[in-house]
Design a protein around this ligand. Structure first.
Ligand code: PRX
Length: 633
């Protein structure tokens, strides 16, 4: 670790108020804040108390004078072969219009709006329109099935749901509207209105009278509408983003307004090194935290041009992203390790085919980046590739290199050092004492969490404290639920989750959620789902299920048909992203004598490792069955 970085980090912790007061100057305040931090009710932190601001003003309006004609958003879809771009002025017009449309549909400040759309410009307009009105958006990833969407509807109780007729993946159209109809049918607290953008897919759509509103029809009535920004107190919620945890019930990560805006602006400066007028390309989906922060909020708040991409990394060929970098002179790029592992299977000549001279850094996050992939992409591009680590909960990087502060050497496989504002510790699981160098321990953050991190779980302060701050009885610390290690030079390495969360191709899933989806099949009595290491996707879910009626799996052909049925049940309940790669049938699951499932032992066996301490195992026959199932017997 080096001097400049260390000093910067030290100041952010020791002179917290001074440090963040300075960063707060990166955004516009309608009314200045009275206090930098109110931490009178730990672990709840309120940043920039009394300050009034608005995310849409900071992301759009304030740029009009200086960069009204600069492109704000470039949408590139290799799915529908279209490109559209919007200057800051055009973005301003679009957002105002959508805000007026939302007002006409009864959306008020503090109301929730669910956005269930693929990567398309209208999704960005809807998100920013919510911010403009002070309505709380909750974007639900388009890959989630009806039951998952229904659970989110019931938790957020939205006034409005915004959707599209469909999305497209690998050229295949996926209808969204029937899924929305089904989710609303399943929900207890359905939205009064559904706003639908028709992309022109040839899809039959049933219209629900009084409820369904056509985007284009309504937009016509609000051509030149102007809607003022609502000035929100810094701590008022800006959005909810659901993420998986150990229980089957997703958690609504709640973000504030002022802290979030400041965190976004500061991260653009010190971490991503993106300056106003430059171009960023983040390959994520707007339904994930990376999309929220680094397709939309941070780039726009900092006055960049942001590329919104709808498509996969290998269509029309594995050079498509690098072609975009050349064509749009991309300066900063952000992607996920899985995408790079996919590209690694294709001709490396694609990395050299285009002029990448504009590109300064490639950032990767969302899952562990193995050393060989890190080396392959760094050497192939001849650019610094920065692995950085964070979570939906934090909204911006926790461990990262800070090229905007100092260009520290990169170590393959390591997300470098704690970012400013994070008082990071590695604590021993047994007694909450601090681990030594090279000793595996739990990665925790000493509260208060810095600006931009989650402020609570939507509607459930108690669950927030219980979930994140109760790992250790001796110390009030935020647990990341990740194992980590720090080497003698101060570089960190992340070694996987401490809980039952798995990471499939960068998608975070709870094994409990998948188990519940498997159990939605009528013939499943009991099931254990574990994440198994996979060279391409990082991890894949594998299920071990006990059936109620064995007659249905008497023959090999029946077993195989049954496995497919169970997979289809998961697709319908949770979405294809949660589909187990295999469903093995057993008559018994390994449990402790107190009835706890031994998931870690099952996972070890599935990965060909030693199952560990089995003294608490109730019936050794159960593990034998897992072994046999894995061998295909
Ligand atoms: O386990 C860590 C892993 O992904 C989790 C967070 O996932 P999500 O909430 O979807 O947030 C993604 C935002 C980038 C973490 O708890 N993870 C994320 N980044 C890394 C990582 N694991 C290893 N290395 C990383 N760089």
């Amino acid at each position: 670790m080096t001097q400049r970085y260390a000093e910067f980090h030290r100041r952010s912790i020791e002179d917290r108020d001074g440090f963040w007061r300075e960063q707060a100057m990166l955004i516009d305040w309608e009314k200045p804040f009275d206090r930098v931090l109110d931490y009178s009710r730990p672990p709840f932190a309120r940043w920039f108390v009394g300050g009034l601001t608005n995310l849409c003003h900071n992301a759009v309006d304030r740029h009009l004078a200086l960069r009204g004609d600069q492109k704000a958003l470039i949408w590139i879809s290799t799915e529908v072969d279209k490109t559209e771009s919007f200057t800051y002025r055009q973005l301003h017009e679009q957002v105002n219009r959508v805000a007026a449309m939302m007002l006409s549909l009864g959306v008020k400040r503090g109301d929730r709006v669910i956005i269930y759309m693929p990567n398309m410009p209208e999704a960005v307009f809807a998100i920013l329109a919510c911010a403009r009105l002070g309505a709380i958006h909750s974007v639900v990833f388009g890959g989630f099935a009806a039951a998952s969407l229904a659970a989110r509807i019931d938790d957020a109780r939205p006034t409005l749901l915004v959707t599209a007729d469909g999305g497209s993946r690998m050229g295949k159209v996926i209808a969204y509207k029937p899924l929305v109809d089904e989710a609303i049918r399943l929900s207890k607290y359905p939205p009064a209105k559904v706003l639908i953008f028709r992309r022109g897919f040839d899809l039959q759509m049933a219209n629900v009278a009084q409820r369904d509103v056509d985007w284009a029809d309504l937009a016509r009535q609000y051509e030149r509408a102007e809607v003022p920004c609502a000035w929100l107190e810094s701590s008022e919620p800006s959005y909810i983003l659901y993420t998986s945890g150990t229980t089957g019930k997703p958690k609504g990560v709640q973000r504030d307004t002022g802290g979030h805006a400041v965190a976004m602006a500061a991260s653009m400066k010190y971490i991503y090194c993106g300056a106003a007028g430059e171009t960023i390309f983040t390959t994520s989906d707007i339904g994930w935290a990376v999309g929220h922060s680094y397709i939309i909020y941070a780039p726009l708040i900092a006055g960049l041009t942001s590329i919104l991409y709808e498509g996969v990394p290998i269509r029309p060929d594995a050079g498509v992203w690098w072609k975009i970098v050349q064509e749009y002179k991309v300066n900063v790029m952000f992607s996920a390790p899985t995408a790079i592992r996919v590209l690694k299977k294709h001709d490396p000549a694609f990395l050299q085919k285009y002029d990448l001279s504009s590109l300064r850094h490639l950032f990767l996050a969302g899952e562990p980046l193995d050393e060989s992939t890190h080396a392959w992409i760094s050497e192939g591009l001849g650019k610094p590739v920065i692995d950085h680590y964070w979570q939906t909960e934090t909204g911006w990087p926790v461990l990262t290199a800070l090229p905007g502060v100092e260009k520290t050497p990169i170590k393959y496989g390591s997300p470098s050092f704690p970012a400013y504002g994070y008082d990071l510790k590695l604590l021993r699981e047994a007694d909450a004492s601090e681990a030594d160098a090279d000793e595996k321990a739990v990665v925790v953050i000493e509260p208060p969490l810095p600006p931009g991190c989650m402020t609570t779980i939507w509607g459930d302060d108690e669950r927030f404290v219980k979930t994140y701050f109760s790992t250790f009885t001796k110390k009030l610390v935020y647990s990341t639920f990740d194992w980590g290690i720090r080497d003698r030079e101060g570089y960190y390495f992340i070694l996987g989750r401490t809980d039952d969360v798995i990471n499939v191709a960068g998608h975070r899933l709870g094994t409990r959620e998948i188990e519940e989806a498997v159990q939605s099949h009528a013939n499943i009595a009991e099931v254990a789902v574990v994440g198994v290491a996979d060279a391409l996707k990082g991890q894949i879910p594998v299920a071990f299920a006990v059936v109620k009626d064995n007659a249905k799996i008497a023959t090999a052909a029946q077993k195989s048909a049954h496995e497919k049925e169970v997979m289809a049940a998961v697709d319908a309940q949770l979405g294809a992203i949660g589909r187990p790669a295999r469903v093995h049938f057993v008559s018994l699951l390994p449990k402790t004598r107190s009835g706890k499932l031994l998931r870690r032992s099952i996972q070890a066996l599935a990965e060909g490792r030693d199952p560990g301490d089995l003294t608490t195992l109730e019936d050794p026959g159960a593990l034998e069955q897992i072994r046999a199932a894995l061998k295909g017997r």
